[in-house]
Design a protein around this ligand. Structure first.
Ligand code: M6R
Length: 611
């Protein structure tokens, strides 16, 4: 949460910062701010979006500069107002700072500052850090860099920060621990940001900062040092691999819609080069060296949050079915604090689109410390989770900007299927079934495309239900996680309360909610058809309105409901991909018809880097 950008070079830093913040807005959009060097530090901060900040700067004739920092906030400590917006200045006015993360010991630092006559003005945890830097600098008469480093040694918590100091106007200092920071290395310029999207316009050369590192740069040179030991570390220059149009809306109304429609391609990308044509074997380079350990483990635990957790649940079903190994699925936020039985005989699969989710990252660190092998299933190349895990498989879905995850989910499920197939092939297990699944995987992008080329019916269904206040989503077996995912999509972007349940569990409680105002979405497939048909009847006989998503086209379904959405048939292990897509489109259209901000739903942020 929170996006930060810093620029030092020869361009107008305002432009680089505004463009960068606009791209980073998916990380938080409660308030925004900019600070630049111009005969001292000048800054403007506004509650609201980056567009409001840009307007405010135009009104104030905000000065142009070649050194500046900017921030877009997802509020943790302190309401989203101008005062709590970043950048924060120290009381001497010499330092300004933007921060992503949480300073956990901010209260004790605030007390220490107060004892020394320094009072904070905002309610944020961040302000104490810049005040501490100012305090140390003025008291100890040390350099800008040293003051930042000394202050960071006192800090407990997570941070990605960029700091400016008016006494050294041609320098920028940044540091990272637990929140992402990437340095773009340009010609006579550097851009530091929370991810690569603000950088790609200017350079493709990037350096990932690691935890515990501090960066010092002017427009021509940079150095990265270890915060604790103050020793310079050498860094590898990487290259941004995606193209600019992948992070632009390209004519779509919303990123979410674009990403839904990208799924035939993103799924194909997830499989590209991984199914060997002549023998149908699966090749996953990132797992090669660890396959033996994975297959000989006693226990697999899949851990993740949100939508990635739903994908993990499907993955657990596929692995248990094809490989016959026990798999547990745990919310990372629970796993990290629970007394779990984890050791060297456990393998952890951690799934994350962003690769930055704090709970998932902490779960991985815990598992590693207990001796488990950790495997990342990640979208964002070079992200913290990708680097923290022992090995892994990128899902290659391409950048996902919409806060509601869509194409990452279908690619996660695709990759989990590839992993399960590979494991089954090496174990020589269920080979006939596996080869049937491989054939169907190859047909998958085409079948996804079939759903996406005709969405009129789903749009019609959406129109009927924009005033609903609650929704139930029910599915059995592989379709239960789909029910959870459908419900999550709807509540995230339309603010309609929605619950996902195993269809058979309905009679153990949720059935009490059924009345003529309760739409119930059933995901109906061939497997368990009769059983789910009975569940549908239980709802209709109580006046509930039923929407059916089905791969098993039966006349009686049309007699029960006028809202039947058909998807193509495919192997049951990947059928969740096809049944989820109409639910994404349904949620999107309901939210859009209600006038909700689809790409930036209230209170949410794309990557959740706090607990
Ligand atoms: O980046 P991650 O996959 O680790 O994110 C996990 C969740 O925060 C994420 O899936 C969230 O639930 C999405 N907003 C769902 O659409």
């Amino acid at each position: 949460m929170c996006g930060i950008v810093g620029y030092i070079g020869e361009k107008n830093s305002n432009e680089v910062i505004f463009n960068g913040l606009t791209r980073l807005e998916y990380r938080g959009y409660d308030s925004a701010g900019i600070g630049v060097q111009d005969n001292g530090i000048q800054q403007v901060k506004t509650a609201g979006k980056v567009a409001d900040l840009i307007k405010a700067c135009q009104l104030e004739n905000f000065p142009q500069s070649q050194v500046g920092i900017g921030h877009t906030r997802w509020a943790t400590h302190g309401v989203p107002n101008n005062l709590n917006a970043h950048p924060h200045k120290d009381n001497s006015g010499k330092f300004t700072l933007v921060h992503n993360g949480i300073i956990e010991n901010y209260l004790s630092i605030r007390k220490l500052l107060s004892k020394n006559g320094i009072e904070c003005k905002s309610e944020t945890d961040t302000e104490v850090l810049v005040q501490l830097i100012g305090y140390i600098y003025n008291k100890e008469n040390i350099s800008f860099e040293e003051a930042v480093r000394s202050a960071l040694v006192e800090v407990i918590g997570a941070y990605g920060i960029v700091v400016l100091c008016s006494d050294e106007p041609n320098k920028m200092v940044a540091a990272k621990k637990g929140s992402p920071l990437v340095l773009g290395v340009g010609e006579n310029e550097f851009i530091i940001a929370s991810d690569t999207s603000p950088i790609i316009n200017y350079t493709r050369k990037i350096i990932y900062l690691d935890d515990g590192e501090i960066l010092i740069c002017d427009k021509n040179n940079f150095a990265v040092k270890n915060i604790d030991e103050n020793i310079e570390v050498s860094k590898t220059i990487n290259e941004i691999k995606y193209s600019l149009d992948q992070i632009e809306k390209s004519g779509y109304d919303h990123f979410m819609l674009k990403e839904i429609h990208e799924q035939p391609t993103s799924i194909a990308e997830s499989m590209r080069g991984r199914i060997i044509k002549n023998d149908g074997k699966i090749k996953l380079g990132g797992l090669q060296d660890h396959l033996h350990d994975i297959l000989n483990t006693k226990r697999i635990i899949i851990t993740a949050c949100g939508t990635s957790w739903h994908a993990g649940l499907i993955g657990s079903y596929v692995i248990e079915e094809l490989v016959r190994m026990p798999v547990n699925v745990e919310y990372a936020s629970e796993f990290r604090y629970r007394e779990t039985v984890v050791g060297p005989d456990t393998v952890i699969f951690a799934i994350s689109q962003s690769g930055e989710t704090a709970d998932t990252l902490a779960a991985i660190k815990k598992a590693k410390s207990l001796g488990a092998l950790t495997v990342g299933i990640v979208n964002t190349v070079g992200s913290s989770i990708a680097r923290e895990t022992d090995c892994g498989v990128y899902i290659h879905a391409g950048p996902e900007i919409g806060v509601a995850s869509t194409k990452a989910f279908t690619s996660q499920v695709t990759v989990l299927n590839l992993i399960a197939i590979l494991m089954a092939q090496v174990k020589d297990q269920n080979i006939k079934e596996v080869s049937h699944l491989i054939n169907d995987l190859e047909l998958l992008p085409q079948k996804v495309n079939e759903i996406l080329t005709n969405t009129d019916e789903i749009q019609e269904v959406a129109k009927h239900f924009i005033d609903a206040e609650n929704f139930l989503y029910l599915g059995r077996g592989y379709q239960f996680p789909v029910a959870l995912e459908g419900a999550l999509k709807l509540k995230e972007i339309s603010y309609i309360h929605a619950e996902g349940y195993p269809a058979a569990e309905m009679k153990h409680g949720p059935i009490a909610l059924i009345d003529e105002n309760m739409p119930v979405v059933f995901i109906v497939t061939k497997k368990g058809y009769e059983k789910i048909l009975s569940n549908i009847k239980e709802v209709t006989s109580r006046g509930g309105k039923v929407i059916i998503i089905t791969s098993f086209d039966r006349d009686e379904l049309y007699e029960i409901s006028k809202f039947v959405i058909k998807v193509p048939e495919i192997h049951q292990c990947i059928l969740p991909i096809l049944t989820t897509i109409p639910l994404q489109i349904l949620a999107y259209n309901i939210a859009k018809n209600k006038g909700c901000n689809v790409d930036q739903p209230r209170n949410l942020a794309k990557s959740v880097t706090v607990e």
